[in-house]
Design a protein around this ligand. Structure first.
Ligand code: PEP
Ligand code: MG
Length: 321
């Protein structure tokens, strides 16, 4: 089975009707790149950089981060490497964190923490920018919820660029900056996100948590964490369609991107860029290779119209058979 899958490692991901799809990988550490290559990913859609900060007592300094980002950029040989700025707080806490928030998922995490700790953020931004001349690096900002956060973030990135210019340190001047859409407020105010950012990536893990008010880390409500909830499907479809209409690249990098139950549905929503754990890549590719957009579309429309979970499940089973 595994052997068979390996045969499609270099096969271009396209549906039966010839629609091209990009399959990127999610990584946590530079050492994951081996697995990315083994499974034929055409880019890294999510480098969860916060893993460089975990399980240690000191923060990684600029040079250490630079080395890590450069290693990944070099190993990917010009393929896109999307580095998410640290998403610390919530479920991924620093050992040195002073307080544990009563409700960490709604607390000072991700970009909120970055904006509250501008020096720590600047260190990371400089490291990413310095590494950007060794490959095709893109910056991805987690947990954006408002235009003010976007403006502040872009301002801090510009400051970091300016300081490098003054020090005559080169970097990719046209580095792309994208935002994660993982808070309902972001999904419902996409226009401003699309005006200010170069690309979007849908973080369905958090988007589901915040849409359904289900703590993704709480086992007692895990049975209510429903990726197929009509509200979730409509929100995800809305984001993909809006981005496609505007011509802004959009990916899904949450767990559903690597789950073949969702492959055809997401293709039907218009998704052409999936980013997932490298181990899932070839299985998803096989699913793409045996799918046909004209066959998928009628199901997609019916699924989006339905607010009956049983009907949605039945339609999806039919779509996937
Ligand atoms: C997500 O929220 O879907 C996501 C990809 O990011 P993380 O799982 O790291 O929060
Ligand atoms: Mg997330």
């Amino acid at each position: 089975e595994k052997q068979k899958l390996k045969r499609i490692k270099t096969t271009v991901a396209a549906t039966l009707d010839g629609t091209m799809v990009e399959l990127y990988a999610n990584i946590e550490l530079p050492s994951d790149v081996e697995q990315v290559k083994e499974n034929g990913a055409t880019g890294i859609g999510l480098f969860r950089s916060e893993f460089l900060f975990l399980n240690r007592s000191t923060l990684p300094d600029e040079d250490e981060q630079f080395e890590a980002y450069r290693t990944v950029a070099r190993k990917m040989r010009g393929l896109p490497v999307t580095i998410r700025t640290f998403d610390l707080g919530a479920d991924k806490n620093l050992d040195s964190a002073k307080r544990v928030a009563a409700n960490p998922a709604l607390g000072l995490r991700a970009i909120r923490l970055s904006l509250a700790e501008p020096q720590m953020f600047n260190t990371q931004l400089r490291a990413i920018l310095r590494a950007s001349r060794y490959g095709q690096i893109r910056i991805l900002v987690p947990m954006l919820s408002s235009v003010a956060e976007i403006t502040q973030t872009l301002h801090l990135i510009e400051n970091a660029k300016q300081s490098l210019r003054q020090e005559k340190i080169s970097f990719d001047e046209s580095i792309q900056i994208g935002g994660m859409v993982e808070i309902p407020a972001a999904a419902l105010s996409l226009d401003v996100f699309m005006r200010k950012l170069d690309f979007l990536s849908i973080g369905t893990n958090d988007l589901i948590q915040y849409t359904l008010a289900i703590d993704r880390a709480d086992d007692s409500v895990a049975h209510l964490y429903d990726s197929l909830h009509p509200a979730v499907l409509r929100l995800v479809a809305h984001i993909i369609r809006s981005a496609n209409r505007t011509g802004i690249p959009v990916a899904v990098c949450g767990e559903i991107a690597g789950d073949i139950i969702f492959t055809r549905l997401l293709l039907g929503f218009g998704l052409r860029l999936f980013s997932m754990h490298p181990a899932q890549l070839l299985t998803v590719k096989r699913e793409v290779l045996r799918s046909s957009l004209p066959d998928i579309m009628p199901f997609t429309r019916k699924i989006l119209k339905s607010d009956d979970p049983d009907k949605i499940h039945a339609l999806l089973t039919k779509l996937n058979s």
